[in-house]
Design a protein around this ligand. Sequence first.
Ligand code: SF4
Length: 120
Amino acid sequence: MQENIKIICIGCPLGCEITLTIGQKGKVEDMWGNSCKEGKAYALEEYQNPARILTSTVRTKNCSRPLLPVKTTKPVLKTELMQCISALARIRVSPPIKIGEVVLDNFLETGVDVIATDNL
Ligand code: SF4
């Protein structure tokens, strides 16, 4: 039995709606709606390994400001996002920290760093 799923491409402002036909065993059997090959690559990646840049906050210590905004330097697999959020909830950072500074390297051994998105 086949199933169609729709993915909106975020590769450019056109925002093409791409439809994937998924066959048995989850294999992509057909695709349409993309206006370029970048859209095809995006849709396949979004279906097979969806990932997102994680933006969040971490708690501070020795500081009057309670939270520091942070983000990952690369997308994190959606299946790992909750684990990453839990890990961020456990850390504390102290000033001084400059915007762009790594506050956590090789986040959960994903090869992704977490950086500050503001000065502290
Ligand atoms: S498929 Fe190509 S043209 Fe369409 S939104 Fe994606 S990048 Fe833009």
